[in-house]
Design a binder for this molecule. Structure first.
Ligand SMILES: O=C(O)CCC(=O)C(=O)O
Ligand SMILES: [Fe+2]
Length: 271
């Protein structure tokens, strides 16, 4: 049997120290060699109803506009960046300072970035999804050149009580044999996990090269068709890697503009 990747176990232990009373993150291997992996902990850091209201009040009034093959498209969700500007899908999300994020998001970012394996994770993205309006995020990989390769992407979900959405990981054709394990709450469907209030997901190792991920369109199912969900994702840009990145000897690729690379095109197909 493939030994679990040490980096994943180390991160799981580190994350468990932040929320000692929450279920410890569980490791799922996404490739037979364990190079791509997912950590998952449902109910890891839930928002209170008051905190969810506060997060929702910070929702941008308009959808973000991106450019896909020269055409302006409105993303089917609301988005804001904090900490570091983030360029993808033909637009640059100008970042506000982390301290300007809604308090729960700012607190979670500070706590996560204080963990040694996440040193350098200074870029946060908030996505707001109104299920009743059919909001979602199409299949893509977060593999922009500006991101430091191999650094985990940490994702936390906050949602109305009882509300769930489905997150799906799909092996990329060119990704060399990715797995799509059954995940909690996915009803046995390959690579699908139900994400609810407080759910932690970490995509690590080579996941962005071997898999796409998406927040699926909501069905009308009870609990899924109506509700508010806010997703926080925390990333590490090249040039901002902490100690670990530098020890690995990888040179920063520089934060150049990102021109609709593969990721852009993937988001373009299903924004
Ligand atoms: O809302 C989610 O769970 C997905 C967010 C995501 O994939 C992204 O921001 O790149
Ligand atoms: Fe993503």
């Amino acid at each position: 049997m493939t030994p679990p990747p040490e980096a994943a176990l180390q991160l799981a232990r580190s994350l468990a120290t932040l929320r000692p009373s929450a279920p410890p993150p569980k490791l799922h291997l996404l490739t037979p060699d364990g190079a791509s992996w997912l950590l998952h902990s449902p109910g890891w850091w839930p928002a209170t109803p008051a905190q969810l209201d506060e997060l929702w009040r910070a929702r941008p009034p308009q959808p973000t506009l991106g450019t896909v093959m020269g055409r302006a498209v409105a993303f089917p969700r609301r988005t804001a960046a904090y900490g570091e500007d983030y360029a993808y899908t033909g637009q640059t999300q100008r970042a506000a300072p982390l301290a300007a994020a809604p308090p729960l998001a700012a607190e979670a970012c500070a706590a996560l970035a204080s963990l040694p394996p996440l040193a350098g994770h200074a870029a946060a993205l908030l996505n707001w999804y109104d299920a009743a309006a059919g909001e979602y995020m199409g299949a893509h990989a977060d593999d922009e050149r500006a991101l430091r390769r191999g650094e985990p992407i940490v994702s936390l979900s906050w949602a109305d009580g009882g509300h769930f959405r489905r997150f799906r990981l799909t092996p990329r054709k060119e990704g060399g044999g990715g797995l799509a394990p059954a995940l909690p709450g996915g009803g046995g469907r390959a690579g699908v996990a139900a994400v609810r209030n407080g759910c932690l997901l970490v995509m690590g190792g080579t996941t962005q090269r071997t898999h796409k991920h998406e927040l699926m369109k909501p069905t009308k199912a009870p609990g899924e068709g109506v509700g508010r969900r806010v997703n926080l994702s925390l990333r590490c840009f090249a040039g901002r890697a902490g100690k670990r990145g530098r020890e690995e000897g990888g040179e920063a690729e520089g934060r150049e503009e990102v021109k609709g690379g593969e990721e852009g095109e993937r988001r373009a197909a299903t924004p």
